[in-house]
Design a protein around this ligand. Structure first.
Ligand code: ADP
Ligand code: ZN
Length: 531
């Protein structure tokens, strides 16, 4: 009844003060906690840094019994448990890193009712032994963290998550709370369906991170651009630099160190000890830069990460948002900076085409990449585009804190340029039966007599030299934007350019092609634009 709910809510607030030392709940935390404490199921979509942990930790403390937290982040369980123990919460974990004796201790504590919170790796819940153990204990709440791992098409899919629907069957009276920072409708639906939570109440927090400034610059000399971005705006700040390959991670970290920036590498090819050391240095030291593959960051809670930089294009907007979301959890101004170029598109398409997945998987991956490219090439507010992508209405069409708002890109009528480029692609294919990558196409347009032009007689083409009015960088911009608009495609191992169905409308003069101008000084353009 009302009295019970009021006192549960009072207990929650009291626990927030007494255990965690915070003054007030943030955003929807209180509504979520009240709902779960009262025994309801919840699906919670909240951006990284939004404060998801308290949403299950407090119900675990307020309700009688042990709160079981399913998390794929085995490497972080020890840290999470240590942090809870430090504030007096009786916490433990069970995963494959423990030996038999350590596990026995935790089991005994659980059965004796001496645990408030138990972290469990999802694979343990497939074991009858674990399910049997949990049946003999008193469970207060099940929390399923990183719940998007249940989405089969997602980038973090974990097969073990599929078996978590068993929790509702075996413990119909124990509330479940599923939490994620991934917000697309499709993921949302998959979580509700696959975890079998049809009656759950849904809590969707705003995905806006107003203190993060989004910037995407054309890639010219990425390491140099990164260095001047760091020197000019983030000297001495802690931050994360993401690269696609281990090799790029190593080279970038070395480059930064050689230029006086304290940087360490992090990727799956390093041994566990080195990884743990670099991670803990990042958490403890001020102003360390970690250069990493996406293996780094999930679940890392460092409030004062001042920038996240991408030297390679993320595979999806979801990935981009999650990675950039690690900046500025403390609410202070932070930068999400990315250098992006044509080569990224070619490389990502190659990865998709060469992937093990079936046709449907490749189509999904291509759609994800297209959404990412559209974000890179937009002339509109990046924040508005991000929020719209996640199904949320932006509060304003122009946020004032992204590069396109701070220095609105000029647009120009690129119809003729697009026609020239597309007809060069057509000529090569029709007249010569040849396909080439962007480099050769641009050399033809610019009328350059390179060795490769001579070798293929491309100076004999009627289109040779018809594009001298634009510079090479501008032509690269045209290619990227045509790719992002679906008017051109890349294929194959060599990233050759081919037409799409939509290209015909441009060649037939039925469609105009507005393009954004390439910035004159590409490296760090935005700050000077803000007054
Ligand atoms: P998420 O899991 O959603 O990424 P966390 O649960 O790790 O976010 O919380 C992010 C940070 O915000 C943590 O440092 C946490 O202690 C802090 N925090 C969460 N809720 C509150 C609150 N109500 N008041 C103050 N700080 C909070
Ligand atoms: Zn904006």
């Amino acid at each position: 009844g009302v009295g019970a709910a009021a006192s549960a809510s009072g207990n929650a607030l009291e626990t927030l003060h007494r255990v965690f030392g915070y003054d007030a709940f943030r955003g929807e935390q209180e509504a979520i906690i009240d709902h779960v404490v009262a025994g309801g199921d919840a699906v919670v979509l909240m951006p990284t840094g939004g404060g998801k942990s308290l949403c299950y930790q407090i119900p675990a403390l307020v309700r009688p019994g042990t709160g079981v937290v399913v998390s794929p982040l085995i490497a972080l369980m020890q840290d999470q448990v240590d942090a809870l123990r430090a504030v007096g919460v009786r916490a433990g974990f069970m995963n494959s890193t423990q030996d038999f004796d350590e596990r026995r201790v935790v089991e005994a504590e659980l059965l004796a009712g001496e645990l408030d919170v138990l972290y469990l790796a999802p694979e343990r819940l497939r074991l009858d032994a674990t399910l049997g153990l949990l049946s003999r204990a008193k469970i207060s709440v099940f929390a399923i963290d990183e719940a998007h791992c249940v989405a089969q098409w997602g980038h973090d899919f974990r097969p073990d998550y599929l078996s978590l629907s068993v929790l509702g069957e075996r413990w119909p009276d124990v509330p479940r709370i599923a939490l994620t920072a991934t917000a697309t409708d499709a993921t949302h639906r998959e979580i509700t369906q696959r975890l079998a939570m049809p009656d759950a109440k849904h809590f969707v927090a705003s995905f806006d991170r107003p203190n993060i400034q989004y910037r995407i610059v054309p890639k010219a000399e990425p390491k140099k651009q990164l260095l001047s971005f760091l020197k000019e705006e983030h000297e001495g700040d802690a931050g994360i630099v993401y690269c696609l390959s281990r090799n790029a991670v190593e080279r970038t970290a070395e480059y930064l160190r050689a230029h006086g920036i304290e940087a360490v590498p992090y990727h799956a090819g390093l041994d566990g000890g080195t990884r743990a050391l670099h991670q803990s240095r990042f958490l403890r030291e001020d102003g360390l830069v970690v250069v990493a593959t996406i293996a780094f960051g999930m679940g890392i809670d460092k409030p004062d990460v001042r920038f996240v930089a991408h030297l390679d294009l993320p595979k999806s907007v979801e990935g981009y948002y999650q990675e950039t979301g690690r900046a500025g959890r403390d609410g202070m101004p932070s930068t999400a900076w990315m250098a992006y170029g044509l080569q990224d598109v070619v490389q990502q398409r190659k990865l998709i085409q060469g992937s093990e997945g079936d046709e449907a998987f490749r189509r999904r991956a291509a759609a994800h990449l297209d959404a990412m490219l559209a974000l890179c090439e937009t002339a509109q507010c990046r924040r508005a585009q991000l929020l719209t992508y996640f199904g949320q209405d932006p509060t304003a069409r122009s946020c004032g804190n992204c590069d396109t708002c701070l220095t609105p890109p000029e647009t120009w009528d690129g119809t003729v340029a697009a026609q020239k480029l597309l007809s060069t692609v057509v000529r090569l294919q029709r007249e010569r039966g040849q396909k080439f990558g962007a480099g050769q196409i641009i050399d033809i347009l610019l009328g350059r007599r390179t060795a490769k032009i001579i070798q293929f007689d491309h100076d004999q083409l009627s289109v040779f030299g018809i594009g001298e009015e634009l510079a090479e960088g501008e032509w690269r911009g045209v290619v990227r934007q045509l790719l992002a608009q679906g008017l051109l495609a890349v294929e194959g191992e060599y990233g050759t350019l081919v037409l799409t169905e939509a290209s015909g409308a441009v060649l037939g003069r039925q469609r105009e092609v507005p393009l954004r101008k390439e910035p004159k000084k590409p490296a760090t353009a935005a700050r000077s634009g803000s007054k």
